[in-house]
Design a protein around this ligand. Structure first.
Ligand SMILES: [Zn+2]
Length: 89
């Protein structure tokens, strides 16, 4: 399944509420409470957390470069299956 281009690589630490943005491939940025570290840029996403980390993914993807016929999204049924799987674990 083709994925979109990563437009803005960012995540928010829910403990200190800081929003981190990584703009370079070999760049690491850590929030002020020290629990969340993100790295990567438009090529990949990486998140590293300390124990008890809680964060929100805020990355923006750009799908505009992918031809419509190559885009695929899960159906309602597939989403339901995934939801059930995680509810029972
Ligand atoms: Zn933090």
């Amino acid at each position: 399944m083709p994925y979109g281009i990563i437009k803005v690589n960012r995540a928010k630490c829910l403990q200190c509420k800081e929003i981190l943005i990584s703009t370079k491939e070999n760049f690491e940025v850590t929030c002020s409470c020290g629990k969340l570290t993100i790295s990567g840029a438009d090529g990949y996403l990486e998140r590293t957390g300390k124990k008890g980390i809680d964060f929100q993914e805020l990355t923006i993807f750009d799908f505009s470069n992918i031809p419509e016929e190559e885009l695929s999204f899960p159906t309602e049924e597939e989403i339901e299956d995934i939801r059930k799987k995680y509810e029972t674990e």
